[in-house]
Design a protein around this ligand. Structure first.
Ligand code: UD1
Length: 429
């Protein structure tokens, strides 16, 4: 297994190009199951999770083609990929494929809407928590489907097609919102989803579905109204920039000091994390071509943060922010409200010399003068990148083991950081 070696202590200076959002690309790719025509997605990031989902989609019968590079493209830009589900050949999503990535469970909505049946493996738990699928089951059941759990699979059927329904999510779920919204596009009549997730990726999916002929309004608010249509067609859609990648590099610059333009980033997608970053003492400027983050000389101020559904502070940036707070001048309290077990980076940060204690769902971080490099182990996607950020500011060498987690969600991480002066390299293992 590959590892990443970081030699800390160099400020970051230069330009980092932000990739297309993983969490937008995945549901957009799944939306291709809703139509027999071609869905063309631009700015699709090169990531292991994208490749895993392609494997699942091809198993259902989706053809995909990557557009050739055009003159002037340097090969580091997101790809344009064509997805065509002319004929769905299989409505079963097997355990071996779904177990790799939870988002693949979301195929259940489009398959059920178009083929009136689906059999999709339960995704199982993962390192950050139990992550059940009850909200997917309840919302599709509200649309008239029979939903049963049998031998580790969710078996869904709606022989007469799905019917529009009013459904209120008892808890905000990004995935269940994506899934129910996709399913409702082909249901008979009107569906109203209340307490829906407001994440920008939900809005991005709705824009794409509307370009395919769906009739969705309110996506991006907590009440989404979908008027079902007979069929959807093809479309061309550009994946929005990755706000989690943006926040990660913004925190990294605040950690090391320096001056970096995050090219292609959109400040409007991460107002709360950027406000927190300013409070912590970094300068953040929104420009037409991206976001510029600088920190010169001034120390890092401690800031208390609680993770919340969008527009609150994202759980996907909690670990990275904790890394930053390990060097703050004082005490910061970081509270996780979305996932019950998302503090596995705490032990690893402690190996680098961080002072963190856990009090239930709150991590109390007492900033230290200096971190010291050490071997550490990545435990999940966002936790692993928090260790890289800490390593960038630690004295000496930090080796982050098991970086396959990073490759699931960060495109060319070591190249992007090295391009700004970081001393970072990958060791093939
Ligand atoms: C998505 C993101 C992930 C992010 C998370 C929260 C993608 C591909 N992944 O994950 O990066 O960390 O949103 O912002 O977009 N829950 C239930 N029952 C359900 C579904 C969810 O109880 O049926 C719970 C989960 O266990 C969790 C909470 O709801 O505690 C939020 O999870 P959810 O928003 O569904 O996360 P994902 O969509 O899996």
């Amino acid at each position: 297994m590959d590892s990443i070696v970081v030699e800390g202590g160099t400020p970051l200076n230069g330009v980092i190009t932000i990739s297309g959002a993983k969490n937008a690309a995945l549901p957009l790719m799944i939306a291709s199951l809703l139509t027999e025509e071609t869905l063309v997605l631009e700015n699709v990031p090169h990531l292991v999770d994208v490749e895993s989902l392609i494997r699942i989609l091809t198993n259902h019968g989706v053809d995909y083609q990557v557009e050739g590079k055009r003159a002037g493209q340097n090969g580091t830009e997101g790809r344009t990929v064509h997805f065509t589900a002319g004929r769905i050949v299989d409505t079963i999503a097997p355990y071996e494929l779904v177990a790799r990535m939870r988002a693949s469970f979301w195929v259940i909505g489009p398959l059920l809407a178009r083929m009136r049946q689906a059999r999709v493996s339960l995704p199982g738990g993962c390192a950050i928590g139990t992550r059940p699928v009850d909200l997917f089951i309840d919302s599709l059941r509200a649309m008239g489907a029979t939903m049963e759990v049998e031998g580790g699979y969710v078996v869904a059927s709606a022989p007469g097609g799905l019917k529009g329904a009013e459904y209120r999510f008892p808890k905000v779920s990004v995935g269940a919102t994506h899934c129910a919204m996709m399913a409702a596009t082909l249901a008979r009549g009107r569906t109203v989803l209340d307490n829906a997730a407001r994440e920008p990726e939900v809005g991005d999916l709705a824009r794409c579905l509307n370009a395919m002929g769906a009739r969705i309004s309110g996506a991006g608010t907590s009440r989404i109204v979908i008027d079902g249509v007979e069929a959807l067609g093809g479309a061309r859609h550009r994946v929005l920039p990755d706000r989690i990648e943006t926040g990660t590099y913004a925190f990294a610059v605040a950690m090391t000091g320096g001056d970096v333009l995050l090219e292609g980033a959109e400040a409007g997608l991460l107002e709360r994390p950027l406000a927190v970053l300013r409070e912590a003492g970094a300068e953040v400027e929104a420009h037409n071509d991206g976001i510029r983050v600088t920190r010169n000389g001034a120390g890092i101020r401690p800031v208390d943060v609680t993770t919340e559904p969008y527009p609150g502070f994202p759980t996907d940036l909690q670990a990275q922010f904790m890394a930053l707070m390990t060097r703050a001048r004082g005490r910061a309290r970081i509270t996780e409200t979305i996932f019950e077990n998302r503090f596995m980076h705490v032990q690893e940060l402690a190996r680098l010399g961080a002072h963190i204690s856990l009090d239930g769902q709150t991590a109390v971080v007492d900033g230290v003068e200096r971190l010291k490099g050490a071997p550490v182990m990545a435990t999940d996607l966002r936790a692993s990148v928090s260790l890289v950020i800490a390593g960038l500011a630690a004295e000496g060498e930090t080796t982050v083991h098991r970086v396959y987690h990073l490759d699931r969600g960060f495109e060319r991480l070591e190249h992007k950081l090295a391009g700004c002066g970081a001393r970072i390299r990958r060791l093939a293992g």
